[in-house]
Write a protein that binds this ligand. Structure first.
Ligand code: PHE
Length: 463
């Protein structure tokens, strides 16, 4: 019998029920929680504000919200469906569902693109998480950043210090790999239960502080004023890519977690929770960060360093700011950690399930490869700053290839696969939706997702 993989976040925890053949989440809440753990991460708190700032504010937000609603959320359901029906890592799940409906075995390529793409994301994700850990330590050691100059200098100093960057990236990767390697972290789910609501509450406090001390009205205008003229093909492609990144779509993470969802859980209502929480957390982070950005006269288009230049400044002016900063960076590190686990897991699961590699070896070996690539990213900020890949830095190239190419392409493939290739009867059985809702979802999957993404691609390439 094939080894039934138990997700590390869940192994040994009381929320698992073990059937004779395969384990599954005991409740849909357990699934919702780990899936929120995967989707809420740096994408919401670091990437969403900086992408919004660099792509014209509200134009990006509007397209992003539409993409989440009309493309990413429907695709999330499709991914959970494939995982649950295929019962395995993305490669196995694609293979077994393709076999079931007599489709070409080439569909496993979608599983491969996910499992490998996730590792590419993890290589730079670990580096950014390392920045957060650096600020966490700064907060703990009482470093105060009082002026805009200080904020800029402190971020630049970090980027120009390869040893520091590598140190933090290494630490973060070791934490991530050790969870995946041991497969047992008693209490991590419990920690998730505390940390995720904690992150939400602290973001609410930050928004409140933004309203008190920042320029909330400028932030709200920047994020929500409708400006159709600012919607360019570049903005649309960036927003589509981010709608995938933020909800963890197309990289096998959701598929793998979905493979443990019990048959009785309703995929649609379950995924609503994930999509809504993810979007809400991104919007809250955006409101807090931009009200402070405008208040301190920083440029919204500051780029990837935006939150690390804005927030420490705000913390230093806040009563109890030191403690608040430490708590904030701790929760963000945690959110990044649960996402990173879900990025490493699909490939490791494939090695374990399909190649019979020992879990610890699979995790440490894969982690090592990702860490090495991450180290190159760290060096590309300073020592190798002349290095460029088709005119892009290594960091931008990795982010661009995954968010703007691999994720949308996987998205098209998943939409086509569930919409056109799988038997409609089995899709209906899995979804258990009313006929109206099913038809609406199915149409989004069959037409809107593939045609919409293809259209955006063509325009962006021409533009
Ligand atoms: N969604 C995660 C975030 O927002 C990143 C991620 C992408 C995780 C793809 C898994 C798969 O930070």
């Amino acid at each position: 019998m094939r080894f039934a993989w138990i997700p590390p976040i869940c192994r040994g925890c009381s929320d698992m029920k073990t059937s004779s053949s395969r384990s599954s989440w005991s409740s849909r809440w357990a699934f919702i929680l780990v899936t929120i753990g995967s989707s809420v991460g740096l994408g919401n708190i670091w990437k969403f504000p900086y992408m919004t700032g660099s792509h014209g504010g509200s134009a990006f937000v509007l397209v992003y919200l539409l993409c989440v609603l009309l493309i990413s959320w429907p695709l999330m359901m499709a991914e959970i469906l494939i995982g649950r029906r295929g019962r395995g890592n993305p490669v196995s799940a694609m293979r077994s569902t393709a076999r079931e409906c007599g489709a070409s075995s080439l569909w496993v390529l979608v599983g491969w693109a996910g499992a490998l793409g996730a590792l590419l994301i993890l290589s730079f994700y670990g580096v950014v998480a390392g920045w957060i850990v650096d600020y966490l330590f700064k907060a703990f050691s009482g470093v105060r950043i009082e002026t805009v100059q200080d904020a800029k200098q402190s971020f630049d100093a970090l980027m120009n210090d390869p040893r520091q960057l590598i140190l933090w990236q290494t630490l973060f990767m070791v934490f991530t790999v050790s969870v995946v390697a041991r497969g047992v972290v008693s209490g991590i789910e419990l920690a998730n239960k505390i940390m995720m609501p904690g992150l939400f509450i602290i973001l609410l406090c930050l928004v409140f502080w933004g309203a008190l001390a920042g320029d909330m009205s400028a932030a709200a205008h920047f994020l929500f004023d409708i400006r159709f003229e600012a919607i360019t093909p570049k903005v649309v492609l960036a927003a589509v890519g981010h709608a995938f990144f933020s909800l963890s779509i197309g990289m096998g993470a959701i598929m793998t977690y979905g493979s443990y969802l019990g048959k009785e859980s309703n995929i649609a209502t379950t995924s609503v929770w994930v999509a809504v929480s993810d979007t809400l957390i991104g919007l809250l982070a955006g409101l807090a960060i931009f009200s402070l950005t405008f208040r301190h006269g920083l440029a919204p288009a500051e780029g990837p360093g935006l939150i690390l230049q804005t927030l420490p400044l705000a913390f230093s002016h806040m009563p109890g700011g030191g403690l608040f900063a430490a708590l904030f960076f701790l929760l963000v590190s945690f959110a990044a950690w649960t996402s990173a686990i879900s990025l490493l897991e699909p490939f490791v699961a494939w090695l374990v399930e399909n190649r019979g590699v020992r879990r610890s070896l699979a995790a440490w070996g894969t982690g090592l490869a990702v860490w090495l690539l991450g180290m190159c990213v760290c060096l590309s900020f300073n020592v190798w700053s002349d290095f460029s890949l088709f005119g892009h830095t290594l960091f931008d190239a990795l982010d661009g290839v995954t968010s703007r190419l691999l994720m949308p392409l996987s998205g098209i493939a998943i939409g086509v696969y569930v919409g056109w290739v799988m038997e409609r009867k089995s899709v209906e059985d899995e979804m258990r939706l009313g006929s109206g809702a099913f038809s609406a979802w199915f149409a989004m999957l069959r037409y809107l997702a593939p045609v919409g993404i293809a259209f955006v691609f063509i325009h962006a390439l021409n533009g």
